[in-house]
Ligand binder design. Sequence first.
Ligand SMILES: [Zn+2]
Length: 399
Amino acid sequence: MLLLPVAAACGWWLAKRDERRKQEESAQGLLYPDYFKGLNYLINEQPDKAIEVFVKMLEVDAETVETHFALGSLFRRRGEVDRAIRIHQNLIARPTLTPEQCNQALLELGEDYLRAGWFDRAESLFLKLTETPETFSDSLMSGGACTSQMVPALRSLRDIYQQEREWDKAIHVAYKLETVTGKKLNNIIAQYHCELAEQARQQHDVDEANRIIKRALASDPDCVRASILQGDIDMLSGHYVSALRAYKNVEEQDADYLAEVIPRIVDCYNKLGTPHEIAGYLKQILQKYAGVVPLLAFAELLRDQQGEQDAAIFVVEHLNKQPTLSGLACLVDLYLVGSEGKIRGQLLTLNTAIKKLLQERPLYQCGQCGFSGKSLHWQCPSCKKWGVMKPVQGLDETP
Ligand SMILES: [Zn+2]
């Protein structure tokens, strides 16, 4: 009877010795033949067989977990999402994983799903990583410590909600990200509010749109988009005084966007029945900022009030100081009026050439990645950053 515990102890000792030997071998770089077999399959472009071997190894040795992570992310990067999913699903099925490894495997699988376009599945995994009591609420209550998977999971969730245009959820996640990272995201949150305000406006719910715009400005008082949106809504509602106030805020918020609001401000003065105030406004803008948009607006005003000749003199003065293609186009337009014969023909040719050059120019450019185009995107279509596309400001063309 005494032999039984001894045998059990012996078995335990042998098992431990075996495990220790394997650990020593592994530490010395003496990995199992299976490992090389797996590598060999991989090198010979037989990834399915390689996965078989590696997954089998995982059952034997939990220390190869890192290899599996590396392999999984390699497949995902190469666009072989099915293989990456298989590896990560197999990892999650292992009962021997530490909680940290399990969370990492969930995060990787979520990224695989995202890459495959399965947003629902990805979302539920990322939510699991960010909203379980032990990973989020409790960690914040205990002083902000959180799992290393939480921040990437929150960022991926935010990407999903941005792509799905679920702005309420994007706001919710952005606030969490702010809490976890300590990094302010108020300008991005303001953009999400603006997206919601646009949706409300499209549904003709002006009151709701106004409420949301206030939230955007509370989040980021320098949100140009919120001011422009406010002005546009007020204009449509016939509230020209408040529209003018909203548009004029842009100068303080970010003067780079003045080109966007100057035509709207001119429109406001006209609607208010105070067009005589336009000249004063444009003059003070021209004194403070170099730009072709206030120049063109002022030239148009002069043409209407004093005729083409005075407008042309004004444009020539500015072209001497700051040559721009748009200014030149305006001058040719002014000279065309009243011209005749051969001169008119030449001016028309010049006009066509300049207009063609202007058509080929981008109107807006991203300050981060250089993407340019004819439309103002509040989120750059290329680098996906918010509020970085601005009216083009080049050496020869300042809006
Ligand atoms: Zn960009």
